[in-house]
Design a protein around this ligand. Structure first.
Ligand code: HEC
Length: 448
C-alpha cells in the first residue's frame, strides 16, 4: 500500500513538473512567499529583506532554502502534535518542496506575467478608521546606549463613559525600533480585606523594590515559591494574582485583534491606558530616534452577546537558581464561570526554555492545550486556538514553564546569578495570557 502510495505521489510530482516545466519565482514561489512570508518580509517591516519581488528575494535564495528546511521560517514554536491553531503559518510539505526545488534549479525568475497580485501593506490602520486614538503622550527618544529598553507609559483614556470595543490595533510610531508592545486598561486592584488582615497590612508591593529607572523587581529576601499550584504554606499576598486588564498586543508579524461577531471588550469610564513597549535599536552608530506609539479603538454599536476577557496568570515568587538548566515554575488559576478559551500566550524573558498550558475540567485529567518546547524571547507569539475550548466553571488552568539559567543558554546575560521576578529583560517573568469568552449569557455586558 505504502509503496503504491509513494509511486502515485512520485508520478504526480513527475507529471506536475513536466506539465509546468521548471519551478519559477513568478509562477510557483511568489504565491507562497506572498501568503506565508510577506507580512513580515516587505519593505520597512520587521524582517531584514523584502520577498515581494524577484530582485530582492533572489540573493536570499540559499538562506530561504535553509530557513524553510530547518523550520526556522516562518517562525512558529508550538509542538505541532498538540492542538490546532488558526494562526499557524507553517508551510505544507508541498510548499516546502516547491521552494527547495526552485533553489536547486537555480532560483529562476520565470515570466513576470505569471506573478500573482502583490499584497499591499498600507501604512494606515488595518482595523479601519478608529473611533478613538490614544497615544503614549510624548515623543519618546530612543538613544543608542543600550540595544533593548522596556518603557511603560500610562496615560488617561479621557473616557467619561464606558465603551465596548470590537477591534483594537496597537500601531508602532516607529517600526524600526518598536519590537513588541502591549496595551492594558489599568483599573484599581480589587480590595481583599481577608488577605489584608492576614498580612497585617502587608501588600504585594511590599515585596518589590524599584531601581532608579522606575522598573520594579522582587526583593531578594521575598518568600520563594516555585510551584504555586501545590503551595500549602501561609498566605502570601500576590502569590495567586490572576488579573484582568491587557487589551491588545503588537507582536512581530501578528495581525491586530478584530474580535469575533457578537463579542467585545469593555473599557470602563475613567480607565487609564498603559503601554508597555520593548524598544530594540541595533545600530549604535545611528543618531537617537523618536517614537510615538498609539492604540486605535473601534467601538461596538451595541453591547455584545459575549464579553471578551483576558486572564493574566502570573507567578512572581519564583527563584531561578544559578546555572540551573531547567528550573520549573508552576502557577494555576480556576475559572469561576463557564468560559470559552480563544488564545494562549506564554511570556518569559531571556531564560525562558519551554512552556506548557493545560486545563483540568472538574473530575477529569489534565489536557495539554499548548506546548512550546523551545521558547524564544524574540518571538512573542500568541497562539489562537482553531476552535474555542470549553472550560466549565471550576476548570483549573495549569501553567508549567521552565527556565535555562545555565551558560548553555546563549541569551543568558549572567549564569552565575539567582534570578527573580522583575520588569527589566535581565530579570524574569512567568506569565500566561488567555483570551476567553464568558460562555454563559452575558451577565458581564451589564457590569459597567
Ligand atoms: C512573523 C514574521 C516573519 C514571517 C512570517 C517570516 N519571517 Fe523570515 N524573518 C523575520 C525576521 C524578523 C527575520 C530576521 C531575524 C531572524 O533571522 O530571526 C527573518 C529572517 C529571515 C531569513 C534570514 C535568516 C537567516 O538565516 O539569516 C530568511 C531566509 C527568511 N526570514 C525567510 C523567510 C521565509 C521564506 C518566510 C516564509 C516562508 C519567512 N521568512 C516568514 C520575520 C518573519
Amino acid at each position: 500500500m505504502l509503496n503504491r502510495g509513494l509511486c502515485v505521489a512520485a508520478l504526480a510530482a513527475f507529471v506536475a513538473l513536466h506539465a509546468h516545466g521548471e519551478v519559477t519565482y513568478s509562477r510557483d514561489v511568489a504565491p507562497i512567499l506572498f501568503h506565508r512570508c510577506a507580512a513580515c518580509h516587505h519593505p520597512n517591516s520587521i524582517a531584514p529583506m523584502s520577498l515581494l519581488d524577484y530582485k530582492s528575494a533572489r540573493p536570499w535564495a540559499r538562506a530561504i532554502r535553509q530557513a524553510v528546511l530547518l523550520g526556522k521560517m516562518p517562525p512558529w514554536f508550538a509542538d505541532r502534535s498538540i492542538g490546532h491553531f488558526s494562526n499557524d503559518p507553517s508551510l505544507s510539505a508541498s510548499e516546502k518542496r516547491t521552494i527547495v526545488d526552485w533553489v536547486d534549479q537555480g532560483a529562476k525568475e520565470g515570466e513576470p506575467h505569471d506573478l500573482p497580485a502583490r499584497p499591499s501593506y498600507a501604512d494606515g490602520w488595518r482595523i479601519g478608521k478608529p473611533d478613538a486614538v490614544i497615544d503614549i503622550g510624548q515623543d519618546h527618544i530612543i538613544k543608542n546606549t543600550s540595544p533593548d529598553e522596556y518603557v511603560y507609559f500610562t496615560v488617561p483614556s479621557n473616557f467619561t463613559e464606558g465603551h465596548w470595543v470590537r477591534a483594537v490595533e496597537l500601531r508602532p510610531g516607529n517600526r524600526q525600533v518598536v519590537h513588541h508592545a502591549h496595551v492594558s486598561v489599568v483599573m484599581p486592584k480589587p480590595h481583599n480585606p481577608a488577605s489584608d488582615a492576614l498580612q497585617k497590612g502587608r501588600s504585594f508591593s511590599d515585596f518589590l523594590f524599584r531601581t532608579p529607572d522606575g522598573l520594579r523587581h522582587m526583593k531578594p529576601d521575598s518568600p520563594v515559591v516555585n510551584d504555586a499550584c501545590a503551595y500549602k504554606g501561609p498566605e502570601i499576598d500576590g502569590l495567586h494574582i490572576a488579573g484582568e486588564g491587557a487589551l491588545a498586543s503588537y507582536l512581530p508579524g501578528m495581525p491586530p485583534d478584530i474580535y469575533p461577531d457578537d463579542t467585545a471588550k469593555w473599557i470602563p469610564a475613567g480607565a487609564q491606558i498603559r503601554f508597555e513597549i520593548h524598544y530594540h535599536y541595533e545600530s549604535p552608530s545611528k543618531e537617537p530616534v523618536t517614537d510615538r506609539t498609539s492604540v486605535g479603538l473601534i467601538f461596538a454599536s451595541a453591547p455584545p452577546r459575549h464579553a471578551i476577557r483576558r486572564l493574566d496568570v502570573d507567578e512572581d515568587f519564583f527563584a531561578i537558581s544559578p546555572g540551573n538548566p531547567a528550573q520549573e515554575v508552576k502557577q494555576c488559576a480556576t475559572f469561576d464561570s463557564d468560559s470559552l478559551l480563544l488564545s494562549l500566550t506564554p511570556h518569559m524573558h531571556y531564560l525562558g526554555k519551554d512552556a506548557r498550558f493545560e486545563i483540568q475540567r472538574p473530575g477529569e485529567r489534565p489536557e495539554t492545550l499548548l506546548l512550546v518546547p523551545k521558547y524564544d524571547f524574540n518571538w512573542q507569539l500568541k497562539y489562537r486556538l482553531q476552535d474555542p475550548v470549553f472550560a466549565p466553571k471550576g476548570t483549573r488552568l495549569i501553567l508549567t514553564f521552565h527556565y535555562d539559567n545555565s551558560a548553555n543558554n546563549h541569551a543568558n546575560p549572567d549564569p552565575g546569578r539567582t534570578v527573580r521576578w522583575g520588569e527589566p529583560s535581565h530579570e524574569e517573568m512567568m506569565s500566561g495570557w488567555i483570551d476567553f469568552l464568558d460562555a454563559g449569557t452575558n451577565e458581564h455586558a451589564s457590569i459597567q
